[in-house]
Design a protein around this ligand. Sequence first.
Ligand code: FMN
Length: 140
Amino acid sequence: MKRALVLFHSRTGTTATYGEEIAGELIQNGVDARALPLYKASNSELADADTLFIGCWTSGLLFFMQHPEKDFINYLDKISDLSNKKIVLFTTYKILTGSMFRSMSRHLPGTPEISRVRMRSRTGRLSKDDKGRIHILAAL
Ligand SMILES: Cc1cc2nc3c(=O)[nH]c(=O)nc-3n(C[C@H](O)[C@H](O)[C@H](O)COP(=O)(O)O)c2cc1C
């Protein structure tokens, strides 16, 4: 991975913290990375990144029906085809992510390569396992 853009959609800040920590850890691993709220990324920043980390807070009925929020879906509907990108999905939650990753994947335009590595956090802080995942992803 050379250049990564970490895009997050956050309501109360937890997913923003997680996105920023992910970008910080990528930088530590030698990747040119930047974290931004979804709508702040320019088309050229999107085009320049080989990998997009895309994250949203988990919205649902706590134990089922988890899905990304409308603003997140609207954003993905508007951006160009992501077919040549690698995507790593992340979310923050309180109890259960359930169908969240499946639902997020469905809204990605085009046919990007979606990593099997998925990242989730209750606190927005990176765990030791998260750091291990980022270390591996950064080397790819
Ligand atoms: C309306 C609403 C629905 C939520 N639904 C779920 C859910 O189904 N499962 C879950 O684990 N957390 C759920 N949460 C908790 C949030 O996903 C969690 O607090 C998240 O970290 C908030 O991220 P943010 O601070 O970036 O907005 C819900 C929160 C809200 C406000």
